[in-house]
Design a protein around this ligand. Structure first.
Ligand SMILES: Nc1ncnc2c1ncn2[C@@H]1O[C@H](COP(=O)(O)OP(=O)(O)O)[C@@H](O)[C@H]1O
Ligand SMILES: [Mg+2]
Length: 369
C-alpha cells in the first residue's frame, strides 16, 4: 500500500476507506489489503483497489461504495476510484507460471508448487488440522510411489493464532535461516512444514489483527524456500470468512476441501464456509467427513454416534464430490498427541487406509482437467 500523503490526510483517507466493507463480509477493504494505492492531493482523492472475484457485481459495488466514502471527506472535490480485478484463481495447475520466470511479468507466489489446496471447515475441533497432516503424509506416499518425478509435499499452516501442525507432525526445530529474508521449511516424514508455531515461542501470545494474518501468509509464500513441490496443503484457521478471503487474495489456490463432522448441525456451518470460497472464485474439490463412526475392534461393526450422513449431505448441497469418511479412532488422536500421524504409525490400519483413499480421490479430482 502506498500512501504518499501528509499524515493527517492519510488518516482521514484511511478511516473513510475503513468504512467500506467487502460485500458479504464484516471486514473492510483496508484490513483485507485490497487498497493498492491511495492519494489525496489538491482536492483529488484517488484510490486503486485490487481484488480477486468471479462475481462481476463486486467490483462495481466496491467502486460505488468507495466513491461514496471518499466524497464524504471534507475538502474532497474529485474522486477517482479504479478497481483492478486479478485473474480468477483456481486454474487446474499453476505450474504454467514457472514458464514466465525471470521475465519480470509473473510474480505469482509459489511458482514451483504444482497444486495448492486449502483445507477448511466451518468450525474448530472437527479435526481439520489432523486431516491436513494425515493427508499430507498420505500424499507423500501416494505421489512418491506413483510419480516418476516426485518433487514433494508441503504444509503451510495458516492458523497463525492457534498453529497445531508442528505438534501433529512432530516438528519442533526452528526453521534455518538460509539467506536474507529466506528460511528453510522444517521437514518430517518427508513433508515440508512452515508454521507460526515453529517461529514463535509456545508461550508467546500471538496477538495479531487481520492485516497481520495476511502479511504472515504472504511471507510464508515469499520468504520460505519451499523448492519444487507437487502439492501444498494449507491448514486454515477455524471459522469462515476473513482468513479464507485473505488467503484467496494471496495464494494461487487450486481449490478447497471442506472437513466436516456427521452432525446435521455441521452441514449448515460447512456450507457457509464453502460459500466464502465461491465468492473469491476458489473451486471446491470435495468434502471429507471426520469422526464418522466408532468401529468395534472385534466385529468391525460401525456405531454412528454423531449421527449419519452429514458429510454426503454437505457434499450434495455444495455440488462437490464426497471424498470419504474417517473413523473416530483413538489411534488418530494418539498419533496427533505423539506427533506421528496415524498414516505413518499405523499405515496398514483401517483409518490410514481410509485417509489414503481420500488422498487418491482428491488427487484424481485435482488432476482431472
Ligand atoms: N478421527 C479422529 N479420531 C479421533 N480423534 C480425532 C480425530 N480427528 C481429530 N481428532 C482429535 O480431535 C482434536 C481436534 O483435532 P484438530 O485436528 O486439532 O481439529 P481442528 O483443526 O479442526 O481444530 C485433536 O485432539 C485430535 O487428535
Ligand atoms: Mg486446527
Amino acid at each position: 500500500m502506498i500512501f504518499p500523503l501528509f499524515s493527517m490526510d492519510k488518516e482521514t483517507l484511511l478511516s473513510s476507506l475503513e468504512k467500506v466493507k467487502y460485500p458479504g463480509f464484516s471486514r473492510d477493504i483496508v484490513s483485507f489489503g485490497l487498497v493498492r494505492e491511495a492519494s489525496f492531493e489538491n482536492g483529488v482523492a484517488a484510490v486503486t483497489l485490487e481484488l480477486t472475484s468471479s462475481d462481476s457485481t463486486i467490483p462495481a459495488q466496491l467502486k460505488k461504495e468507495t466513491e461514496e466514502a471518499l466524497s464524504s471527506i471534507d475538502g474532497v472535490e474529485e474522486v477517482q476510484v479504479s478497481v483492478v480485478v486479478k485473474k480468477g484463481q483456481g486454474s487446474s495447475s499453476n505450474q504454467s507460471s514457472s514458464a514466465n520466470e525471470g521475465d519480470g511479468v509473473s510474480n505469482r507466489p509459489l511458482p514451483e508448487v504444482k497444486y495448492i489446496v486449502a483445507i477448511a471447515s466451518g468450525k474448530g475441533g472437527v479435526g481439520k488440522s489432523t486431516v491436513t497432516v494425515n493427508l499430507a503424509c498420505a500424499f507423500e506416499k501416494l505421489l512418491r510411489e506413483n510419480n516418476e518425478s516426485f518433487d514433494g509435499v508441503g504444509i503451510m499452516d495458516c492458523d497463525v493464532y492457534g498453529p497445531s501442525v508442528p505438534l501433529l507432525i512432530g516438528a519442533s526445530e526452528r526453521p534455518e535461516v538460509i539467506g536474507d529474508n529466506l528460511i528453510q521449511p522444517v521437514e518430517n516424514f518427508g513433508v515440508k512444514v512452515i508454521s507460526m508455531g515453529l517461529l514463535v515461542d509456545e508461550e508467546a501470545p500471538v496477538v495479531w489483527r487481520g492485516p497481520m494474518v495476511m502479511k504472515t501468509i504472504q511471507q510464508f509464500a515469499s520468504n520460505v524456500s519451499w523448492g519444487k513441490l507437487d502439492l501444498m496443503l494449507i491448514d486454515l484457521p477455524p471459522g469462515t470468512g476473513d482468513a479464507q478471503l485473505s488467503l484467496a487474495q494471496t495464494l494461487p489456490l487450486n481449490g478447497a476441501v471442506i472437513v466436516t463432522t456427521p452432525q446435521k448441525a455441521a452441514v449448515d456451518v460447512a456450507r457457509r464456509g464453502a460459500r466464502m470460497f465461491e465468492k473469491v472464485s476458489v473451486p471446491l474439490l470435495g468434502v471429507v467427513e471426520n469422526m464418522s463412526f466408532l468401529a468395534d475392534e472385534e466385529t468391525g461393526t460401525k456405531r454412528y454416534i454423531f449421527g449419519k450422513g452429514g458429510g454426503p449431505a454437505t457434499a450434495e448441497a455444495l455440488e462437490t464430490p464426497f471424498l470419504g469418511e474417517i473413523a473416530l479412532d483413538e489411534r488418530i488422536r494418539l498419533g496427533g498427541d505423539n506427533g506421528i500421524p496415524v498414516v505413518v504409525s499405523n499405515a496398514d490400519g483401517p483409518s490410514a487406509k481410509s485417509i489414503q483413499k481420500i488422498a487418491e480421490k482428491l488427487w484424481a479430482t485435482l488432476t482431472a482437467d
